[in-house]
Design a binder for this molecule. Structure first.
Ligand code: NPW
Ligand code: ADP
Ligand code: K
Length: 472
């Protein structure tokens, strides 16, 4: 984006607005106080100089400390030249004396751990605001290259970066303000974003219509095991609560035990091969509550009959170390332990690891966590931070599998269904109050679905209105 913008609006114009946005964010959050702006040699430092100029113009006592001079002739040098206020040494003593320190040392250009000198100055600072990101947080991955307590605010531009959203970087950024700095829309489109924040509008969920019948809403089928009925039942309940037309459990010899459960479930005891002939039953969940042997008896059959399969839990254990066994499934939903057993440890770059896993097995991979990472085989990635730690309770992953099953059965594309499922699950967690037990999530899934439909609709109206205004 920057490269292309450099050829049209020019980086210096963007830098001017970026620095102004930093100054504005500071003025909106802090009373006038002694500010020290720490400037690095790149454009991040350029933004810092602009912010310093605007704060000084507003009457704030401002000093600038330069880590290294900007490259001659570049936009950062121009911004530095336009700041005529006080300059002080880049030192821990000066940082400790300031009421507020603005970290404009490194931003998107950070490519290695900052030196001890840099970190000593940042550690000596009492209150910190970041220009773009804290200067030791990798914007692409959220990896943290040194230790320091969290910042109060990070002011970024155009779009948040993965490092603002993913842990551990997320924790250090504090409040994230994303400023519009007038980046031309053709530059944004040219960059072809492949990483998205997971929100309604990225996908849209079918609404209820007057002529719906249970088969148009969709059938979710589950494979059940003999020894862990709870997981299968939670997944089935999640599917029903999020709006499936019909949920059926293929329970074989255990059918009688499942028949004692919820009356709205249909329990089948026929052999799986016979059930697979029903073309209305296209979406199958395989794994919650299943042992490896039970997966071995079911998953290959589901794949061979070209069903849309969501593989979770036991199915992921069954394929540990041999993820190619999952080729042919549509979606997998591992937590970090299951992901590591399948594909190896993901390292610092979760986006890259999950994207490559999705490409490797040709399926959507949803890596569950406090922020979930959802990758399609074509490389699109959504980051879901719409969630609550209330979800961190055993069985909540089974509920999620059920929700995604419902959305697949409603005909949503695989990646969209996984993204929307994560959002609905998160919304239910946020609505469920304090310390909910897993079964309590179900009561909120219907409202969560309605909310997602509503938000997507409002967003598309806003976009339409904007288009009408532009044409006018
Ligand atoms: N579109 C937008 O959003 C806009 C963004 N803008 C702003 O531009 C920022 C990106 O600017 P940028 O590309 O110049 O990189 P930046 O972060 O200043 O750092 C590069 C310098 O740091 C150095 N360096 C790196 N790591 C180091 C280390 N550990 N230790 C020591 N040195 C290290 C590196 O040195 P080198 O590796 O070359 O030796 C190089 O000199 C972005 O974050 C935003 O604030 C706006 O101005 C306009 C519109
Ligand atoms: N701290 C957290 N914040 C938000 N969501 C969380 C958090 N911890 C876990 N979750 C969510 O809760 C679910 C837990 O699923 P999983 O680990 O499979 O549990 P189980 O196997 O017991 O069902 C996932 O959807 C995950 O994203
Ligand atoms: K910074």
């Amino acid at each position: 984006m920057d490269e292309m913008a450099g050829r049209s609006v020019g980086i210096i114009a963007l830098m001017e607005r970026a620095g102004w946005a930093v100054a504005r964010a500071i003025r909106a959050r802090f009373a006038p106080c002694r500010v020290l702006v720490l400037c690095g040699p790149g454009n991040n430092g350029g933004d810092g100089h602009v912010a310093a100029r605007y704060l000084e113009r507003a009457g704030w006592p401002v000093q600038v400390a330069l880590l290294a001079p900007p490259r001659e002739g570049g936009p950062a040098a121009e911004a530095a030249a336009r700041f005529s206020g006080r300059r002080v040494e880049f030192s821990a003593e000066n940082a400790a004396r300031a009421d507020l320190v603005v970290d404009a040392i490194f931003g998107a250009g950070l490519d290695r751990a900052p030196s001890d000198t840099v970190m000593a100055v940042l550690r000596a600072s009492r209150r910190l605001v970041a220009v773009d990101l804290p200067s030791f947080v990798n914007g692409l991955t959220g990896a943290v290259l040194a230790e320091r307590p969290p910042y109060e605010v990070s002011v970024t531009f155009v779009r948040p970066k993965p490092g603002h959203v993913l842990y551990p970087g997320r924790t250090l950024c504090g409040e994230v303000v994303c400023a519009d700095i007038g980046m031309p829309s053709d530059c944004i489109a040219h960059a072809q974003p492949r990483i998205f924040l997971n929100r309604p509008g990225l996908w849209s969920i079918p609404a209820m219509t007057a002529q719906d019948h249970k088969y148009s809403r969709g059938v979710v089928s589950l494979c059940a095991g003999r020894v862990m009925p709870g997981a299968t039942r939670l997944a089935a309940a999640g599917a029903r609560a999020s709006g499936a037309g019909l949920v059926r459990i293929s329970a074989g010899v255990s059918a009688e035990a499942y028949r004692l459960g919820a009356p709205g479930l249909v329990i089948d005891d026929a052999p799986l091969e016979a059930l697979l002939e029903d073309t209305r039953r296209n979406v199958w969940l395989c794994g919650p509550g299943l042992t490896p042997d039970e997966v071995e008896d079911t998953l290959p059959l589901l794949v061979a009959s070209k069903k849309c399969v969501l593989a979770d839990a036991g199915a992921l254990g069954w394929a540990a170390g041999a993820p190619e066994k999952l080729r042919g499934v549509s979606v997998i939903t591992p937590h970090i332990g299951e992901f590591t057993r399948l594909f190896g440890a993901p390292g610092d770059d979760l986006v890259c690891a999950v994207r490559s896993a999705a490409g490797r097995i040709g399926a959507v991979v949803l890596l569950k966590g406090a922020v979930s990472v959802i990758a399609a085989p074509d490389g699109r990635v959504a980051l879901n931070d719409h969630a609550s730690p209330a979800l961190a309770t055993a069985g909540s992953g089974d509920t999620l599998a059920g929700v995604i099953g419902t959305l697949l059965a409603a005909g949503m594309p695989h990646w969209d269904a996984a993204c929307a499922g994560a959002w609905l699950h998160g919304e239910a967690g946020l609505r469920a109050g304090n310390w909910p037990i897993v079964e309590a999530l179900d009561a909120h899934l219907g409202d969560a679905r309605a909310e997602a439909i509503d938000q997507a609709r409002r967003l598309s109206c806003e976009t339409d209105n904007l288009a009408v205004k532009r044409r006018a």
